[in-house]
Design a protein around this ligand. Structure first.
Ligand SMILES: Cc1cc2nc3c(=O)[nH]c(=O)nc-3n(C[C@H](O)[C@H](O)[C@H](O)COP(=O)(O)O)c2cc1C
Length: 335
């Protein structure tokens, strides 16, 4: 019985449903030229003897180098090495230019900052359709505990641990009450606890929460109209934003522009105040994220950014630097 022919793109998509890590495999040709490419077909084969495999497309420009190389090295990439993965996924090019390279067994180029590195001797090569399968005997390896880069469905992804048992959501034991996995509870409580740690710096700088939001908006958009403020803070500050702006002006932290009275900008002391609190707030952020761990922090941030995009798409406007002089909507007057 012959297999049903199938669509090549569909086949690729189906293969892409298998989530993998990402590696870069490097070698050095006989004339000393370094070669390397991004590979996710890497896999373990045997513990004893220690064997690993990967497959290389016959169309790859690196094929002759690997076919004749007695040694090569596998680099398992960490979550923050997607840029390096992109660089080594380009065809040809001088992929090693400007990189800080170490030298491994028999001169094999080694990349730094990876989660794990396996230095291998070519044990076997097999033809595998439009790929050549390389099996290597691992001669030495090193590793560190960075979070991994993941590839899934043709895109880079994050890997996080599933909920440990002590963090399984508890369902509400009272009918009609929320469980502790209710999004509003999680976001609300995190928000208040997080801000509470920043508030003492605000108090030191004699700033209310609202003052700080307006000052922060002015650090994003150097020249802000009230319309910008209204659009950026809609549903968050409203009238209290206008009161905060008036109070900041009164205290000499914000002034209206010399050229247009309806555009607001930070004064030197306003910038100083804002930067002082922002750097303290960033230090608080660092401490909190550090407790979360290096693998989880970028995942949380990426998911929150997506949540914000879904729940408050207008927030993007605040982050788009636009000169208030050009094309700003007719500025509303301070009320
Ligand atoms: C995540 C990812 C995984 C890849 N895995 C492989 C692989 O397992 N084998 C392969 O031959 N090419 C793989 N590639 C493609 C090569 O990296 C790419 O074709 C590269 O340009 C080859 O370079 P070269 O022609 O200079 O050798 C992968 C690319 C990416 C982005």
């Amino acid at each position: 019985m012959s297999a049903k022919p199938f669509d090549a793109a569909d086949f690729r998509r189906a293969l892409g449903s298998f989530a993998t890590g990402v590696t870069i495999i490097t070698t050095r040709s006989a004339d000393g030229t370094p070669f390397g490419l991004t590979v996710n077909s890497f896999n373990s084969v045997s513990l004893n003897p220690p064997l690993v495999l990967w497959s290389l497309a016959t169309s790859s420009l690196s094929l002759p180098a690997f076919q004749s190389a007695p040694h090569w090295a596998v680099h398992v990439l960490a979550a923050d090495q997607d840029g390096l993965s992109g660089r080594f996924a380009k065809r040809g090019e001088d992929k090693f230019a400007g990189l800080d390279i170490e030298t491994g067994v028999e001169g094999v180029p080694l990349l730094r900052g990876c989660m794990a590195r396996f230095q291998c001797r070519t044990a076997f090569q097999y033809e595998g359709g439009d790929h050549v399968i390389f099996i290597g005997e691992v001669l030495s390896f090193d590793r560190n505990d960075a979070p991994p880069l993941v590839f899934h469905g043709g895109k880079y992804a994050h890997a996080t641990l599933r909920d440990p048992p002590d963090l399984q959501p508890r369902s509400a034991h009272l009918a009609g009450s929320f469980g502790d996995d209710f999004l509003g509870y999680q976001l609300g409580r995190s928000h208040f606890r997080f801000l509470a740690q920043i508030r003492r710096y605000l108090t030191d700088a004699h700033l209310s929460d609202e003052d700080f939001y307006v000052l922060s908006a002015l650090t994003l958009k150097a020249r802000l109209t009230v319309a910008d403020l209204d659009a950026g803070m809609a549903g968050i500050l409203d009238e209290s934003g206008h009161r905060a702006l008036a109070s900041l002006i009164e205290r000499g932290l914000v002034r209206s522009s010399a050229t247009d009275k309806q555009i607001y900008e930070l004064t030197d002391s306003g910038r100083d105040s804002a930067l002082r609190v922002i750097s303290a707030a960033k230090a608080v952020e660092q401490q909190v994220l550090h407790r979360l761990g290096p693998g989880e922090a970028p995942v949380l941030k990426s998911l929150l950014a997506r949540l914000l995009n879904v729940i408050d798409p207008a927030a993007n406007a605040l982050w788009q630097e636009k000169n208030a002089d050009e094309g700003a909507p007719a500025a509303a007057h301070m009320r």
